[in-house]
Design a protein around this ligand. Structure first.
Ligand SMILES: [Zn+2]
Length: 70
């Protein structure tokens, strides 16, 4: 029986994906939880808000806008 060594508590590099709000399956962008950058705000199609940036979901092929929170 092999005893597993306890993992040293090093800082894990976290990867969080921003999931497509339309199909909730597609991974739109991955964000680094460690970064100090401002979080992004997703803007759904049909929203009154104009998004500056757009990303296309690989799963549902819809375009989701995003902008940065200030
Ligand atoms: Zn999608």
């Amino acid at each position: 029986m092999i005893a597993t060594k306890p993992q040293p508590k090093t800082h894990q590099h976290q990867k969080n994906y921003i999931i497509c709000p339309l199909c909730r399956t597609g991974k739109l962008i991955f964000e680094d939880a460690d970064a100090d950058d401002v979080p992004i705000r997703l803007i759904l199609p049909g929203s009154k808000r104009k998004a500056k940036y757009h990303v296309k979901c690989d799963v549902c092929k819809k375009q989701v806008g995003f902008s940065f929170r200030s």
